[in-house]
Write a protein that binds this ligand. Structure first.
Ligand code: TYM
Length: 351
């Protein structure tokens, strides 16, 4: 049965990239799938987090999920550390994944920077925990932005190696299912998860530099639109966004080599629920001085209500905590069954 899992780190400002690349898609998937959406606090602490700030961020991300339209009653919303099976399965995966695989992860290289000796060991095994998040629910579909693609390939590699290494034992215990591996169908325990990286805004770029992705950690607040920004801030940031001097092209091919234009058109398309081609059919030949105010109006129109709803939800932290507690207890029912199977497959003597 298809099951959706995805997560966001509670590390400061949630921004338009998180919303368009992930959360907005999560909202849509609720209509057709069972969904589990997680605030991944254990991932956050792979780099230093001020404890009080981390608590605040966990509640804020939860509020953003709900304000965006995620229904924590019909689906599951919780923070990762409340379900200890994530960390437990991650340990098993630390022993399945190979050093060489992790050495190839570009996000580790980016985040660790030059001073790699001083990066936490958690940052290095981060992708194993991410695989555990997904596979502890045996989730089949993971909606994310483009930057998570390599991590999801690693999750598939881990699932495939686990299924292969323990194939005899999985068959013997009779708890395998049919897993399609390319042409072949094998008996395995973990599914090979499909990434869902879709739509016109899978990689939203900085408003100040079309070569850098929009990020929570960019020191310039003008580089991103935060989900908590008010109408004035949104309009100002779009007005100040970097562009080239030319008018917009009338076809998508004309965006090639114009990263800032491509980015703003992609943002417009995603917010409007249209394709870039449709947006350019309207705006082709017109200057940025006309396009930017239209984009600002659209962004304020779509994001303003979310910010308002977030403020309302955040006014009652006890209610947010109740949502997370309830989500965690339902998540744990699924996760604990998986861990029981995993212990018995691996030969970790238990009940
Ligand atoms: P995180 O917290 O960095 O980002 C959350 C989601 O937002 C997407 N995203 C973007 N999409 C488009 N343009 C951007 N500029 C942009 N920036 C971020 C991310 O792709 C992501 O979907 N490792 C994950 C969290 C995670 C996870 C998981 C995801 C932990 N376990 C299991 C899926 C499944 C992360 O750091 O996302």
């Amino acid at each position: 049965k298809p099951l959706v899992f995805s997560g966001v780190q509670p590390t400061g400002n949630l921004h338009l990239g998180n919303y368009l690349g992930a959360i907005r898609r999560w909202v849509e998937l609720q209509a057709s799938h069972d969904c589990i959406y997680c605030v991944v606090d254990l991932h956050a602490i792979t780099v230093w987090q001020e404890p009080a700030e981390l608590e605040r961020s966990i509640r804020e991300v939860t509020a953003a999920f709900i304000a965006s339209g995620i229904d924590p009653k019909r689906h599951i919303v919780f923070n990762q550390s409340r379900v200890p099976e994530h960390a437990e399965l991650a340990w098993v995966f630390n022993c399945v994944a190979r050093m060489g695989w992790l050495n190839r992860m570009t996000q580790f290289k980016d985040k660790a920077g030059k001073d790699r000796e001083n990066a936490s060991s958690g940052l290095f095994v981060y992708p194993n925990l991410m695989a555990a998040d997904i596979l502890v629910y045996r989730a089949t579909h993971v909606p994310v932005g483009e930057d998570q693609k390599q991590h999801l390939e690693l999750a598939r590699d881990i699932a495939a190696k686990f299924n292969h290494d323990y194939s005899a034992r999985i068959a013997e215990k009779g708890i395998g299912v049919e897993i399609a591996m390319g042409e072949e169908v094998v008996n395995g325990y973990f599914p090979l998860t499909e990434p869902l990286i879709e739509g016109p805004a899978t990689r939203v770029m900085s408003l100040k530099d079309g070569a850098k992705k929009m990020s929570k950690s960019d020191p310039s607040d003008l580089s991103r639109i935060n989900l908590t920004d008010d109408a004035d801030a949104i309009s100002k940031k779009i007005r100040k966004a970097k562009t080239d001097p030319d008018a917009l092209p009338s076809e998508v091919a004309g965006l090639a080599g114009r990263p800032e234009a491509d980015n703003l058109v992609g943002i417009f398309a995603a917010l409007a629920g249209r394709t870039k081609g449709e947006v350019l059919a309207d705006f082709g030949g017109r200057p940025f001085s006309e396009f930017k105010p239209a984009l600002a109006d659209l962004a304020v129109d779509k994001l303003g209500p979310i910010a308002g709803e977030m403020r309302r939800i955040l006014a009652d932290p006890a209610e947010i905590d109740a949502v997370l507690r309830d989500g965690a207890s339902r998540a744990r029912e699924i996760a604990s069954r998986t861990m029981k199977d995993v212990r018995s497959i691996v030969g970790l003597l238990g009940d």
